[in-house]
Write a protein that binds this ligand. Structure first.
Ligand SMILES: NC(=O)c1ccc[n+]([C@@H]2O[C@H](COP(=O)([O-])OP(=O)(O)OC[C@H]3O[C@@H](n4cnc5c(N)ncnc54)[C@H](O)[C@@H]3O)[C@@H](O)[C@H]2O)c1
Length: 256
């Protein structure tokens, strides 16, 4: 699939194992011009290392999504470098660790609820709102979600609610932006061992369950998620918007 001349912003690189990192590598292999962001100074050198391993020149800029000013600065920077943009990958989520385990009702706090929804759902809309003015015809926005939005997955807790909000966001955004010929989709990925996943208590039990119960009897790979991101972001998916696409080896269809 060809992403030549497509200008792509990827948010969510934190390590070599990040879903966003594999998406960046696959998009780079397919000719895209990339911009990567880092959430804070601690992650800057990791993002720079990953960018330097790619074959095309990569723009790098800070962006803490919890700050409106940083989203706007990122937009202004990309507008000055590129003029316009074609694809945004939102691969970021956060909830306070103490809410990602134990009893859901007992552990919930108003502040934790707000933070999880703010970073994991609102920021996708915020990016659309700030970037829409520089998005080209046939642009695509893509985010990452998880089955915990619709099923109760042990310890996923508050993040399940935030992902449900994110998925509704995908549908509402797709209608809001459709008349501008901008598509909005999500990949619902099966569990993958990354930094974010390590924050969820008992994550290895989830991996084992998928091996046992999924149609393909195994866990999904980073390549499979990144290749689906490539398809959904490309013009080959021009008729697909407002969708949650499962890349989970069929686990979401399992009954018993
Ligand atoms: N790993 C899995 O099992 C899995 C499954 C389904 C969906 N997802 C989703 O995929 C996405 C990427 O997660 P990952 O598994 O690659 O983990 P990861 O830890 O590698 O990536 C999470 C990213 O979120 C970023 N982030 C968090 N708060 C931020 C903020 N305030 N501003 C900017 N960036 C912020 C982090 O810097 C990091 O780059 C997340 O939305 C996650 O919920 C992951």
């Amino acid at each position: 699939m060809n992403l030549k001349n497509k200008k792509v912003l990827i948010i969510g690189v934190a390590s070599k194992r990040s879903i966003a990192t594999r998406i960046a590598e696959v998009f780079d292999e397919n000719g895209a011009q990339l911009a990567l962001t880092y959430q804070n100074e601690k992650l800057q050198s990791r993002v720079e290392d990953i960018a330097s391993s790619l074959s095309n020149t990569v723009l790098i800029h800070p962006c803490d999504l919890s700050k409106d000013s940083e989203i706007c600065q990122l937009r202004d920077y990309l507008q000055s470098e590129w003029g316009s943009i074609d694809i945004i990958i939102h691969s970021a989520a956060f909830a306070p660790r103490e809410l990602l385990g134990g009893d859901f009702v007992k552990n919930i706090t108003r502040e934790g609820f707000q933070i999880a929804h703010d970073i994991s759902s609102y920021t996708f809309t915020a990016l659309a709102r700030e970037f829409v003015g520089i998005m080209n015809d046939k642009s695509s926005l893509l985010t990452l979600t998880y089955l915990g939005s619709e099923r109760v997955i042990k310890n996923y807790n508050i993040m399940g609610l935030a992902k449900a909000s994110l998925e509704a966001n995908v549908r509402y955004m797709s209608h809001s932006l459709g008349s501008k010929n901008i598509r909005v989709n999500a990949i619902s990925a099966g569990p993958i061992k990354t930094l974010a996943a390590a924050g969820i208590a008992g994550f290895s039990d989830i991996l084992k369950l998928v091996e046992e119960k999924s149609a393909l009897k195994r866990n999904v790979t980073l390549d499979e998620v990144a290749n689906t991101a490539l398809f959904l972001s490309s013009d080959s998916a021009s008729g697909i918007t407002g969708q949650i696409v499962y890349v989970d080896c069929g686990f979401n269809t399992s009954g018993t």
